[in-house]
Design a protein around this ligand. Structure first.
Ligand code: 8YV
Length: 337
């Protein structure tokens, strides 16, 4: 259950909801200016509970776990802003928020490098079979060094990386790949400016050419109805049998069952997944496989970056409630209305 701040002056302060646990210092700062409904137990609200929690508050801090749509907003008559503690905002029905006059914000930039670092770490762990090797050592299978029988991986250096989704994080991964002498190809809804392509040494190709050519395919695109199952059985069939696939974007961009089948049949070499369809559930077929590295949606998870995300979300919320333009506003139309 949420906890209401209970002080004598609290009644005069505007009410806000903090829907997930945040750093105690950040919560204390909010409590100086607001009557805060907090959820430091970090329980995930059902849609019905979220609807109730949003009733009577002027602002809310949420994360990807909270779906903000017309139904969530149905009783939120005082709500002016929902600040996502996340750069991706597929949990927002932006049209419904705009129609309700609710500002929507996210947390770009502050997590770009941390997430790009993690993308590269996941790629390396996957291509060089690091987690599988660790399990092998822990299980006591390492009885001798061997030229051919130790887990043999795939090289990153001087290979071709194919990045689908060339926003800030995609470009960060491309820049890291250059340091490994990799050739960078990319596919995106729109082509980058020439100067941006040069800065990350990337060449634009069709999705099909990317899948056929890349040794390592990295997915960093936003999740939308159009990007649902960007990678399914047909796309995997285009990839090299030696290729790796990394999903850093969102569950639902990859058809996880089709991927599990392809990994089982060794149609591609390996996969690294930080996000899953229906997470935190993981498709049981993936759990049976050794050629997949699984991490629990932690690409932005360093303390420094998570604090910066929370601080930016708070800044967005405070600016909106002071009648100013929040720094990372998604639906500027609300201000024009
Ligand atoms: C968040 C993310 O931690 O920012 C994003 O889009 O995927 C992660 O950084 C996650 O979405 C929790 O809200």
């Amino acid at each position: 259950m949420t906890t209401e701040t209970n002080t004598q002056t609290a009644a005069k302060k505007p009410k806000i909801l903090v829907a997930r646990a945040i750093f105690p210092e950040a919560l204390a700062k909010l409590e100086e200016s607001f009557e805060v409904r907090s959820n430091q137990e970090d329980r995930i609200f059902s849609p019905e509970e979220l609807q109730k929690e949003l009733a009577g508050v002027v602002g809310a801090l949420v994360a990807g776990s909270e779906r903000i749509d017309a139904s969530a907003l149905a009783q939120a008559k005082d709500l002016k802003i929902v600040a996502n503690i996340s750069v991706g905002y597929n949990n927002f029905d932006v049209s419904a928020m705009t129609a309700a006059g609710v500002l929507a914000t996210n947390t770009p930039d502050v997590l770009t490098d941390t997430t790009a670092d993690f993308g590269f770490a996941l790629l390396m762990a996957t291509a060089r079979r690091m987690t599988e090797s660790e399990h092998w050592v822990r299980a006591g299978h390492w009885d001798k060094w061997s030229i051919v029988n130790n887990p043999l991986g795939m090289d990153l250096h001087h290979s071709t990386i194919g990045i689908i989704g060339m926003g800030r994080i995609g470009q960060g991964i491309a820049q890291r790949a250059l340091g490994f002498g990799m050739q960078v190809i990319y596919h995106n809804r729109s082509r980058l400016l020439e100067a941006d392509e040069k800065a990350c040494g990337a060449s634009y190709v069709s999705k099909e050419a990317l899948l056929r050519t890349a040794d390592h395919v990295v997915l960093v695109l936003p999740y939308t109805p159009e990007s649902h199952h960007t990678i399914g059985a047909q796309e995997i069939a285009l990839m090299k049998p030696s290729a790796t696939l990394i999903n850093l974007a969102r569950g639902g961009i990859v058809d996880d069952l089709a991927l599990a089948q392809a990994l089982k049949e060794k149609k591609i070499f390996a996969a690294g997944l930080d996000v899953f369809e229906g997470e935190p559930e993981v498709n049981p077929e993936l759990l049976k496989l050794s050629n997949v590295v699984l991490t629990p949606h932690i690409a932005s998870a360093t303390e420094k970056t998570r604090r910066a995300m929370v601080d930016l979300a708070i800044d967005n919320l405070c600016k909106a409630l002071e009648g100013k333009r929040p720094p990372s506003l998604i639906n500027a139309e609300v201000l024009k209305a």
